[in-house]
Design a binder for this molecule. Structure first.
Ligand code: ADP
Ligand code: MG
Ligand code: ZN
Length: 517
């Protein structure tokens, strides 16, 4: 046998050698080509297909107003030059994902009737040093060649993230080169005649290198925030075109209960609703389809898994505890209570805000913590035991309490001693160990007090709690009307206790959407 193999090798050796060399050459050529930059640059695209129209972008009027100047200038630069106006610098669109930043950039190009060149920041940060910078140079060169154009750089933070002094990851020097090239290109604008506007998008401004924000670079920063109620309605209406809606589907109502959702989420929900309706064989999208789509988005899809009778009982009391606290404390009323597993949740209580709010008082935040703890409190009050399912609630309790103390300055009631109302830098060096300890103690105190209140509230309303759980076990899902009926059939005790003055206010940059509890 052994000799056979030797013979075989001996005979075929030259052929193997040739194949091997050919492979090596191929790999080498590939490598060379990708380093040098191929003939067709993939990040540079003059996009003329399916432009986004100005009217398509809804619910972000403030941002649109600011960008209108840029679009006007791009459309007719001579008019502004005749007035002695300097060309506008770069525009940075910032805000949470899905609010329409990419859409806006496209819409500017369409509105001005110019070419649109798009690239993503992450495409400039590659393994080979210098390639990202070369790509940026090429992107600007192409755009300038076309005369009037919009250059859109998505995910600017991928290249323009604040420089960390320590270096570290291998991509740092590559990123540095790309960033420097971008700065060079931005500064080179005034010296060329080409009318090119750079629009960039990022989720945060404060993460960006300061050098990018200097005058003449991205000196216009435009917040693209999640839409308000009217904005959401406009977005829903525009995405509903082409979808036959049933009479019971009221988009004004949907807009009301989708606080905090972005344009992308709203568009998704509508699309999902259409799919649900289609699968059910309906010819119109109804209210139930959209409600189901919204639940899928916020909590998850219904799960087929069945719980044992014992576990169903635990879940029923847990959810009843949330719903009852929510109602007793006068937060947004519970609109649905379900013990059908959905996504990762074994059950959930849904609620929707009555209106958009941007401020939350200390009392309100504390009441939310009490409500979050209402599930666990019900387990203890009724079943005399605690269960692991509450983990999600409990980690949110930690988050809110910590935020109240360390960021909102609400550690203690205003007339008490305790951590003063200052916001501490998050996860940072500048906080001393003793301050950190004070924050821990204060936030634990808030949580402990909230848990005491949750238990007291449920114990004082035991009849209603039992009734809620029994109905949930019987019907699996309780609607707003069914819940209200149960609440109305009991004398509810709210245990009014003296609390903080409620004068401390906090600006919520983004109204938090709190789905299932
Ligand atoms: P971003 O760039 O901010 O992450 P996109 O512009 O990519 O968001 O939006 C993704 C999708 O969501 C869009 O294609 C559109 O369908 C929908 N969308 C987002 N914001 C809006 C809006 N303001 N008006 C209409 N549709 C929107
Ligand atoms: Mg985008
Ligand atoms: Zn819970």
């Amino acid at each position: 046998m052994a000799t056979n193999i030797q013979e075989f090798f001996f005979d075929w050796y030259p052929v193997f050698g040739v194949i091997f060399m050919a492979c090596l050459l191929l790999v080498f050529l590939r490598l060379l080509r990708s380093t040098m930059g191929s003939t067709k640059p993939e990040t540079v695209k003059a996009n003329k297909t399916a432009p986004v129209l100005w009217e398509d972008v809804q619910g972000v009027d403030a941002a649109k107003d600011e960008l209108m100047d840029v679009a006007e200038w791009l459309r007719d630069p001579k008019r502004f030059a005749a007035l002695g106006a300097r060309p506008p610098g770069g525009v940075l669109l910032y805000g949470p994902p899905g609010t329409g930043k990419t859409m806006l950039a496209r819409a500017v190009a369409a509105q001005a009737g110019v070419d649109f060149y798009a690239a993503s920041g992450s495409a400039f940060v590659e393994m080979f040093v210098g390639r990202g910078a070369a790509r940026i140079r090429r992107l600007f060169k192409e755009a300038r060649k076309s005369g009037r154009a919009v250059i859109f750089i998505d995910e600017l933070d991928a290249i323009g993230g604040a420089r960390s002094g320590s270096g570290g990851d291998g991509g740092t020097s590559e990123r540095e080169q790309a960033l420097n090239q971008l700065l060079v290109e931005l500064d080179g604008f005034e010296k060329t005649d080409a009318t090119v506007i750079v629009i960039a998008a990022s989720n945060y401004v404060d993460k960006l290198d300061r050098a990018l924000l200097r005058p003449g670079r991205f000196d216009r920063q435009v917040l693209v925030a999640p839409p308000d109620r009217h904005g959401r309605e406009a977005i829903l209406r525009s995405h509903a075109t082409g979808k036959p809606l049933a009479d019971d589907l009221d988009l004004t109502d949907v807009a009301r209960k989708t606080t905090g959702m972005t344009g992308a989420q709203l568009a998704n929900a509508l699309n999902e609703a259409a799919i649900i309706a289609g699968r059910a064989g309906r010819t119109q999208v109804g209210r139930e389809d959209l409600d189901e789509a919204l639940l899928r988005q916020s909590v998850g899809s219904q799960q087929a898994r069945r719980l044992s009778p014992k576990e169903r009982r635990i879940v029923a009391f847990h959810e009843a505890g949330h719903a009852l606290c929510r109602r007793l404390l006068g937060l947004d009323p519970p609109e649905i209570l379900s013990i059908v597993p959905r996504g990762p949740a074994l059950g959930f209580v849904g609620h929707s805000p009555q209106e958009d709010t941007y401020l939350k008082s200390r009392d309100q935040l504390l009441d939310e913590v009490v409500t979050l703890l209402g599930g666990r409190a019900a387990e203890e009050v009724v079943l005399g035991e605690s269960y692991s399912g509450a983990v999600d609630d409990l980690s949110r309790v930690h988050l809110v309490c910590k935020q109240m103390v360390a960021e909102f300055g609400m550690g203690v009631a205003l007339d008490h001693d305790g951590p003063p109302p200052i916001a501490l830098p998050t996860g940072d060096y500048a906080v001393s160990d003793s301050t950190r300890r004070d924050v821990d103690i204060a936030s634990m105190t808030l949580a402990r007090e909230a848990y005491r209140r949750a238990r007291a509230l449920l114990a004082a309303n035991r009849g209603c709690l039992d009734d809620l759980a029994a109905c949930a076990l019987e019907r699996e899902t309780l609607t707003r009307e069914e819940l209200d009926e149960i609440f109305a059939s009991h004398d509810l005790h709210t245990l009014v206790e003296p609390r903080g003055t409620g004068a401390a206010l906090v600006a919520m940059t983004q109204p938090p959407a709190v789905p299932g509890e």
